[in-house]
Unconditional design. Sequence first.
Length: 231
Amino acid sequence: MNASVSTSLAPRALYQEVAERLRQLIFARELEPGSWIDEQKLAGALGVSRTPLREALKVLAVEGLVTMKVRRGAYVTEMSRDDVAQIYHLLALLESDAAGAVARGASDAQIAQLQALHERLEASVGQRDAFFAANEQFHMALLEAAGNRWAAQIVTDLRKMMKLNRHHSLFRQGRLAESLAEPRAIARAIAPRDAPAAARLMGEHFANGLAAASESASATAPRRKRAVPVG
């Protein structure tokens, strides 16, 4: 019986492993948003058959990272401005609620953990990859401390989608400094258990992030010819 269980789980483990590898390729922009996924070439590069690759693509399609087009195959999902705005809106609602819940009811140990994660965020400001990782750890730890696993699951999926955004708000000049000050203010509101302030500051954090992402998108969009030059 044990051997039977082990055998039945092997294909599942393989396609999940392939799915995780594809996520990393997408997040690293080795598979660009909007690009067609060459299944045969990719399967060869990963050293797997096309069956686990196709199963992995189905997983990513459910997550939203991949878009399946009839008779055209799989494409890496490309985020529109509306997509970005809608995701920021949902993240603001869910994480503002979580910040308030943490300030009201989290244990002292959970609040201390959030403070420690914020200190790690402050310390990693000069290392972009480490900063992104610490920033995500802070937000996810806050969701965990809030105790709503459904909200945490939704936020996890939404944050995967945000990694597809070409115009990430933290890329804008000056936004990195703002993104340090804002979580600092949130952490300072949570420590004395000021729930209204924590929720408000988290909402402002996402509103500022969306504004920065929109500015970055506008700055890099193809420019049309103007009748009158703008100085």
